[in-house]
Design a protein around this ligand. Structure first.
Ligand SMILES: [Zn+2]
Length: 72
């Protein structure tokens, strides 16, 4: 099971941090404004974030979606 959390950086951006099966964490920049190109859109929720599109981690191979705070 993947656990995720949000680390706010600025009013319109944050890091999404996911637990990594190899130990440690994987981290992505996410944006509250409209996503374009290779960006992830964040709905702005810290407690129950929704991120789109899905995330495919090239470091650890996890592929998951984050919907209302649930990563699967
Ligand atoms: Zn990873």
């Amino acid at each position: 099971m993947i656990s995720v959390r949000i680390e706010a950086r600025h009013e319109d951006r944050a890091f999404l941090i996911a637990s990594c099966p190899f130990g440690g964490e994987c981290k992505w920049s996410i944006w509250k404004r409209e996503a374009s190109g290779a960006m992830w859109h964040w709905d702005g929720s810290i407690e129950a974030p929704t991120i789109s599109p899905s995330i495919n981690c090239h470091s650890c191979g996890q592929h998951f979606t984050v919907t209302s705070g649930v990563a699967e």
